[in-house]
Design a protein around this ligand. Structure first.
Ligand SMILES: *[C@@H]1O[C@H](CO)[C@@H](O)[C@H](O)[C@H]1NC(C)=O
Ligand SMILES: *[C@@H]1O[C@H](CO)[C@@H](O)[C@H](O)[C@H]1NC(C)=O
Length: 367
């Protein structure tokens, strides 16, 4: 299962579409891209056709990241520290490499914000990815701890940091060894990387009973974290690119937020919107969504609210747990778009959503 934008993107671009033109696009946007971009970016002045392809790649990359995130909200905690290697008070120095518009990155930010952990953001250009050139892991989010320890995969990042917050005596390097990488080939013959234990917190018995007084609570949190990664995320794209009008609105927002030249911006908007409109139809088929994709979104969101029930403010009780933070992180990438407004007025999510918004923006989990 894809837990980062890069993988989701190459899936979108490469396995669904077979034409040479599209393969080129997916090359631009995925792992095999380094050579192509390397040559075109050094001494080679791009001809217009190349620029078009690049813009297309960019558009796809952004669209493949599914989301559209309101940048405004994340300013609070970023870049509070100067560029020192470590903080003086013994806390972790965190740097998040991300695409602003990606739900997996939004999930990590929701988590860090809720716990009031300061972090710097490095926005990665989805085409060139210069910013993560130093890493052989080519996807975002990546979280650097103290400029030395590299955490990959959104759910691993969240589980590892949460483990450290619960037991500060535990060394991050030791914690992260508990989430080993596992490579395998999926049913479509593609190599996939998974992380063992990614929904587990590495706690001893005493901490476990403090954090999870009942086994069921722990199980429930893991189940819904997985659900957010494996199901909820797949509903975003088909919903924000549902109609041509919505696809344009989504890309208008992306272009407005991102750094684009006039030509690139134009192509990103129109070509990207058109491409994502069609890709989202294919995603709809792949994930067996209903004809009206909104119905799946409404159902998912209402299932979530039902799972919380009437007695709890959050799934975590009086405070959000990691499942609350994951679901909120994914859903909020739709803010400002039609799909979001429709979700708010046609489901029962609103009250929980407002509580989550407040909990994260006011860093209620800070201790
Ligand atoms: C990061 O730096 C802080 C402050 O020096 C230190 O207390 C902490 O142990 C370091 N963490 C890691 C994972 O090296
Ligand atoms: C993350 O990926 C990089 C590059 O592949 C690797 O060197 C690093 O060990 C990975 N981090 C963890 C915690 O697995």
């Amino acid at each position: 299962m894809a837990t980062s934008c890069g993988r989701a993107l190459s899936k979108v671009g490469c396995t669904l579409l077979g034409s040479p033109a599209v393969r080129l696009l997916c090359v631009v946007g995925s792992q095999g891209s380094r050579r192509l971009i390397g040559t075109s970016s050094t001494h080679f002045k791009p001809v217009p056709a190349m620029r078009v392809r690049r813009s297309l790649g960019l558009a796809l990359a952004l669209g493949g990241g599914f989301g559209l995130y309101q940048a405004v909200k994340i300013k609070a905690l970023q870049a509070q520290e100067e560029d020192t290697t470590q903080t003086s008070d013994g806390t972790l120095k965190l740097t998040l490499y991300q695409y602003k518009t990606c739900p997996f990155c939004s999930k990590v930010r929701a988590f860090l914000d809720f716990y009031g952990l300061p972090y710097e953001i490095v926005e990665v250009n989805p085409v060139m990815r210069q910013e993560i050139k130093w890493s052989s892991y080519r996807k975002v989010p990546i979280l650097m701890v103290n400029n030395s320890l590299q955490l990959n995969d959104s759910s691993v990042i969240i589980s590892a940091i949460r483990t450290h917050l619960i037991n500060k005596n535990k060394n991050m390097a030791d914690i992260i060894r508990c989430y080993p990488e596992m490579k395998s080939v999926n049913d479509r013959g593609k190599e996939v990387t998974e992380y063992t234990n990614k929904y587990w917190l590495m706690l001893d018995e005493v901490d476990t009973t403090t954090v999870y007084p009942e086994k069921e609570i722990q199980k429930e949190e893991m189940k819904w974290r997985r659900w957010a990664d494996d199901w909820l995320v797949h509903l975003i794209s088909p919903n924000v690119y549902r109609t041509t009008g919505e696809a344009l609105a989504s890309f208008d927002y992306i272009v407005h937020e991102g750094k684009f030249g006039t030509v690139e911006g134009f192509f990103a908007k129109y070509v990207g919107a058109a491409a994502m409109f069609f890709i989202s139809k294919m995603l709809k088929a792949r994930h067996n969504l209903q004809d009206d994709v909104r119905q799946d979104l409404y159902k998912a969101v209402n299932d979530w609210v039902t799972a919380i029930g009437k007695k709890r403010k959050f799934m975590g009780g009086d405070n959000p747990n990691l499942a609350d933070l994951a679901v909120y992180g994914v859903l909020r990438v739709m803010e400002g778009l039609q799909a979001y407004d429709d979700m708010m007025s046609n489901t029962k999510i609103k009250h929980w959503y407002r509580r989550m918004e407040k909990a994260t923006t006011s860093h209620e989990g800070q201790c």
